[in-house]
Design a protein around this ligand. Sequence first.
Ligand SMILES: [Zn+2]
Length: 144
Amino acid sequence: MISEAIIGVNALNSMLDLAKSLKGINDATVRNTVAIELTEKIIAAHAAQAALISKVADLEKELVRFETWEAEKQRYDLHEIKKGRFTRRLKESVEGSEPPHHICAQCYNRGVKSILQSKVSEVGRNTLLVCGECKTELNLSLAV
Ligand SMILES: [Zn+2]
C-alpha cells in the first residue's frame, strides 16, 4: 500500500507538471492533447485514490477486529477437559452475564471464537463437544 501511495504522489507531480506546461503552449492542438492527457491522469488518480480509501477502510475494520479479539481472548484460559483434549474455558473471574462455556482451542488459535456445543453421538451414545466452525469433535466419553 505504501508503494501505491508513492505512485499516487508521483502521478500528482506528473499532473502538476502537465498543468504548468499548459499555459506555455500556444498551439491549440498541442494544448488540447496535453489537456486530454491531463484529464486521463486525473481520472486514473481518482480511481487509485478510491482504491486506497477502500483499502484503508478494510484495514481499519481488520484492526478493530484484531483489537476486539485481543481483548476477548484474554477472557479464556487453556483447559484440559479430558486427558489430551483441550478447550479454551471462560475464566471464572470474568463470568457474570455469561454462563460458563468452552470455546474451540483450534479456532481460538486462528483468532475465531467458536463456542463448543454439547452433543450425544448416534453411535455409541458418546458425549461430544462439537465446534460448529472447524467441525472438531471432542469425545468426552472415551478414555485416552
Ligand atoms: Zn473450531
